[in-house]
Write a protein that binds this ligand. Structure first.
Ligand code: F3S
Length: 81
C-alpha cells in the first residue's frame, strides 16, 4: 500500500500532477496541489488502480513536491527528509 502527500511549500502550481493522476491530486484556488483522498494528510491508502498514475505524477513534478511512501505521512510531507 502507498500513501501520498503534496509539499505545498514547494509546489509552484505547475499543474502536472492533476493531469497525470486526476483521481488523486486536485488544486486549490491558487493552483497549489493537494491530495483529494484525505485533504492532503497522506493518511489514505492510494487505490491500486491509480498507483501508476501516482508514480507518473512523482516523476513529472518539477519541484519534487509529490511525496510517496509505504507508511502514512500524518500531515508531514517532510517526514522522510
Ligand atoms: Fe505542484 Fe508539482 Fe503538482 S509543482 S501542481 S505538486 S506537479
Amino acid at each position: 500500500a502507498y500513501y501520498t502527500i503534496v509539499d505545498q511549500e514547494t509546489c509552484i502550481a505547475c499543474g502536472a500532477c492533476g493531469a497525470s493522476a486526476p483521481d488523486i491530486y486536485d488544486y486549490d484556488d491558487e493552483g497549489i496541489a493537494f491530495v483529494m483522498l484525505d485533504e492532503n494528510q497522506g493518511t489514505a491508502v492510494v487505490p491500486e488502480e491509480v498507483e501508476e498514475d501516482m508514480h507518473d505524477a512523482l516523476e513529472g513534478c518539477p519541484t519534487e513536491s509529490i511525496k510517496i511512501d509505504s507508511s502514512p505521512f500524518n500531515g508531514d510531507a517532510l517526514k522522510n527528509e
